[in-house]
Design a protein around this ligand. Structure first.
Ligand code: SF4
Length: 122
């Protein structure tokens, strides 16, 4: 089976073609113009990760929602659970960009952090 993955590491966006064996193993990998593409495509196939970006409610802020993100990528398969876990979160204004909103989010070893400053309404 062939699997095509667009490398997003740099703007060249190489299309990397993986030949996948019956047990999911990579038999060959072509189309990457550099070693970073090989690393990226291999990880995308074996253990894809994404940075979660979303918003949470904020109490007393000048806006009703605070943009947040994980400070490191998390397993792609955990994104839905992570989104659901943010649905009921409420933080208290003021908040500074980079403030930790949830430490060790979902026991994944990453923090959920504020993506911007948000002042308290006077
Ligand atoms: S394979 Fe290398 S050159 Fe191609 S998009 Fe990825 S990082 Fe860029």
């Amino acid at each position: 089976m062939l699997k095509r993955i667009t490398c997003t590491v740099c703007p060249l966006s190489c299309e990397v073609v993986l030949e996948i064996g019956e047990n999911g193993e990579i038999l060959s990998l072509t189309g990457n113009k550099c070693a970073r593409g090989k690393t990226y495509a291999t990880k995308e196939h074996t253990a894809p990760e994404r940075t979660l970006t979303t918003t949470v409610k904020i109490k007393g802020g000048v806006h009703p929602l605070l943009p947040v993100r994980t400070d490191q990528p998390i397993p792609k398969g955990k994104l839905r659970e992570a989104m659901l876990a943010t649905a009921d979160l409420v933080v208290e204004a003021p908040v500074k960009m980079g403030d930790v909103v949830v430490e060790n989010f979902l026991d994944l070893g990453v923090n959920l952090i504020a993506s911007r400053d948000l002042d308290r309404v006077e």
